[in-house]
Design a protein around this ligand. Structure first.
Ligand SMILES: [Zn+2]
Ligand SMILES: [Zn+2]
Length: 283
C-alpha cells in the first residue's frame, strides 16, 4: 500500500521536471533556498510536496532546516535522490533563545545548548557551513567577534523584509560587520518558508562547480553567492554581472496541509521500498 502511494507520488513528481541547468563562465548557477521548514516538525508541506514546489519554482537545491532536528531533512534527501532531484542538503535551524543558526551540509543534529560560536564550530566539525538566520532584533544580540570571524554567511535577504523595510538595512548592517571580519562571508537570501507558499523568495544564486551537495557547500564556504529578493540582487558586483536576467516567479502555491499526510505515506513507501530493494547505506 505504502509503495503504491509512493509510486503515485513519483508519478506526480514526473509532471514537474527539474529546471534546465544554467552555466555561466564555467560556473554552474544553482538557485537555492537554504532555509526551509517541512512537515512534520515546523512546516506544513510534506517532503513530496516540498520537492514538487521547489521544482515548480525553479529551485535546483534546498536545505531542509527544521528547528533543532535533522530527521525530516534526511528523509527528504533520501526521497529526492530516489526521484532525481532537486538537490537536498541536510540542515538544521539550531534554535536558541537569542540566536538562530542555519547549519547546512551536516550529518547529525547540533545542540542549541551552547554559545553561538561553539555551535558554529560544531557545524564546521561535521563539514557543514554556518549561516546566521534573520539577524535582526534579539537574533543579533549574541553576535560577537568570534562568531563574526567564523560564520560562513548571514541572511542578508529574508522573507520578513516584506513586513518591514527597516529590517533590510539591519540585515545589511550585520552582513557588513561579518564581512569586515571575514571577507569571504557569503550573502544569503532565504524564504524561511513554513508552507505558506513563499518557497524560494528570497533565494540564493550559488556559483558552484556542479549542483552536488559538496559543490554547493564549497561555494558557500568560498563566498560565491548572490542573494536575490524580488529580482533585486545583493552581492559582489563581479558575480552579480554574471547573473541571468530575472524571470517571472511562479504564482504562490495553494498547497496546504490537507495533502500532507498522503504525501508522507508516499515518502514512506518510496524510502522503505527503495531501501528494501537496493540496500544502500544511509548516512
Ligand atoms: Zn528562525
Ligand atoms: Zn526558520
Amino acid at each position: 500500500m505504502l509503495l503504491m502511494l509512493g509510486m503515485a507520488g513519483g508519478a506526480a513528481l514526473d509532471l514537474a521536471p527539474a529546471a534546465p541547468p544554467r552555466t555561466v563562465a564555467g560556473w554552474r548557477i544553482v538557485q537555492a533556498d537554504f532555509h526551509v521548514h517541512a512537515f512534520f516538525g515546523d512546516g506544513t508541506l510534506s517532503p513530496i510536496h516540498l520537492l514538487l514546489e521547489a521544482r515548480r519554482r525553479g529551485l535546483d537545491a534546498i536545505a531542509l532546516t527544521n528547528h533543532n532536528q535533522t530527521l525530516v531533512a534526511r528523509a527528504t534527501r533520501a526521497l529526492s535522490r530516489a526521484m532525481g532531484g532537486p538537490t537536498v542538503l541536510v540542515g538544521e535551524e539550531i534554535t536558541a533563545r537569542r540566536w538562530h543558526l542555519i547549519g547546512v551540509g551536516i550529518r547529525d543534529t547540533v545542540s542549541w545548548r551552547q554559545p553561538l560560536e561553539a555551535a558554529i564550530d560544531a557545524v564546521h566539525a561535521q563539514g557543514g557551513v554556518a549561516i546566521l538566520a534573520h539577524p535582526v532584533d534579539i537574533y543579533r544580540s549574541a553576535l560577537n567577534d568570534a562568531a563574526r570571524t567564523t560564520l560562513d554567511g548571514t541572511e542578508v535577504r529574508h522573507a520578513l523584509l516584506d513586513l518591514s523595510p527597516r529590517r533590510k538595512q539591519e540585515l545589511e548592517e550585520v552582513f557588513a560587520q561579518v564581512r569586515a571580519r571575514h571577507p569571504g562571508a557569503a550573502p544569503i537570501g532565504s524564504s524561511d518558508d513554513h508552507g505558506g507558499g513563499g518557497l524560494g523568495e528570497p533565494r540564493t544564486y550559488v556559483f558552484a562547480y556542479d549542483a552536488s551537495e559538496e559543490a554547493i557547500v564549497e561555494a558557500i564556504r568560498a563566498g560565491r553567492t548572490v542573494a536575490v529578493w524580488h529580482g533585486e540582487p545583493y552581492g559582489d558586483p563581479a558575480l552579480v554581472s554574471l547573473l541571468p536576467a530575472p524571470g517571472t516567479p511562479p504564482a504562490r502555491s495553494a498547497m496546504r496541509t490537507a495533502v500532507g499526510l498522503l504525501g508522507w505515506a508516499g515518502v514512506a513507501g518510496l524510502v522503505f521500498g527503495r531501501t528494501r530493494a537496493v540496500r544502500t547505506p544511509a548516512d
